[in-house]
Design a protein. Structure first.
Length: 145
């Protein structure tokens, strides 16, 4: 059974992810493509952290968070591999957009990042509900049996 504090934290983080996705949309509509890419990435990052909260796991690094997601949720088959690819591509896009000198992101890149973030959050909403309602077993429950 999942602790209520873990459920509350998971729900909070998923709401934060949705807020960041909305910010990404606003930036995209304002032709602020670098900002939209950044917000889409953070929406995905917080969605991942919302799922990790259910197994009381977190990391101080972004790569650590994604690595835990891959290890406990993708490799166990709880999430499709495409969601791992989305997380990794989103991280790479955000890194380039935020830190590469003279890089100017294209609208298509920002739109794709936004769409990926939307799909990722929708999947996390479904999985979060399934984990909380025990329709789907968390990875530690699967390993223990």
């Amino acid at each position: 059974m999942i602790k209520q504090t873990s459920i509350d934290l998971s729900k909070y983080r998923l709401e934060k992810a949705k807020k960041l996705l909305k910010e990404s949309q606003i930036l995209l509509e304002s032709n602020c493509f670098d900002g939209s890419i950044n917000r889409s990435y953070y929406a995905i990052f917080n969605a991942i952290r919302s799922i990790l909260a259910l197994i009381t796991l977190d990391s101080s690094s972004h790569k650590g968070v994604i690595s835990y997601f891959d290890r406990y949720f993708v490799k166990t088959g709880l999430f499709e591999k495409k969601f791992s690819k989305i997380a990794h591509l989103s991280f790479d896009s955000r890194q380039i957009s935020d830190y590469e000198d003279y890089f100017v992101p294209k609208e298509d890149d920002a739109v794709q990042q936004y769409r990926n973030a939307m799909a990722f959050i929708q999947e996390c909403e479904i999985k979060q509900d399934e984990f909380i309602s025990s329709k789907l077993k968390l990875p530690f429950e699967k390993i223990a049996k």
